[in-house]
Design a protein around this ligand. Structure first.
Ligand SMILES: [Zn+2]
Length: 110
């Protein structure tokens, strides 16, 4: 049994999450933000320059990352590359990368 709110798993026989007070369900709906494995997309861009900046930010912070859509044929198809990090790194990674969107290069300001 699972809590739909905090997604904890409980033994059979428990019907309410002691933390959230909500009724448990037999199976959880998969979260849409979950990608393959435990990776979460924290940044996506069609600008290769911005992508390399994003990568080096994560590299400097020692955060492991993977890219999705970087294969040539995929770029051709969607034009967007996604940068993914492990779930536990999602928060610091998002924090690091949020500055990218404020960079002048990101938006046309003229
Ligand atoms: Zn709960």
């Amino acid at each position: 049994m699972f809590c739909p709110k905090c997604r904890s798993e409980f033994k059979q026989g428990i019907d309410r999450c002691p933390d959230c007070g909500v009724m448990l369900v037999a199976a959880l709906e998969p979260l849409e933000q979950y990608e393959t494995g435990n990776f979460l997309t924290v940044y996506q861009t069609s600008n290769p320059g911005m992508m390399s900046i994003a990568k080096s930010l994560l590299e400097n912070a020692g955060i492991y990352f993977a890219t999705k859509g970087e294969a040539f044929e995929e770029i051709f198809k969607s034009g967007t590359v996604e940068l993914q990090v492990l779930l536990e790194d999602a928060e610091p990674a998002t924090e690091l990368l949020k500055d990218l969107e404020e960079m002048p290069d990101f938006q046309q300001t003229d």
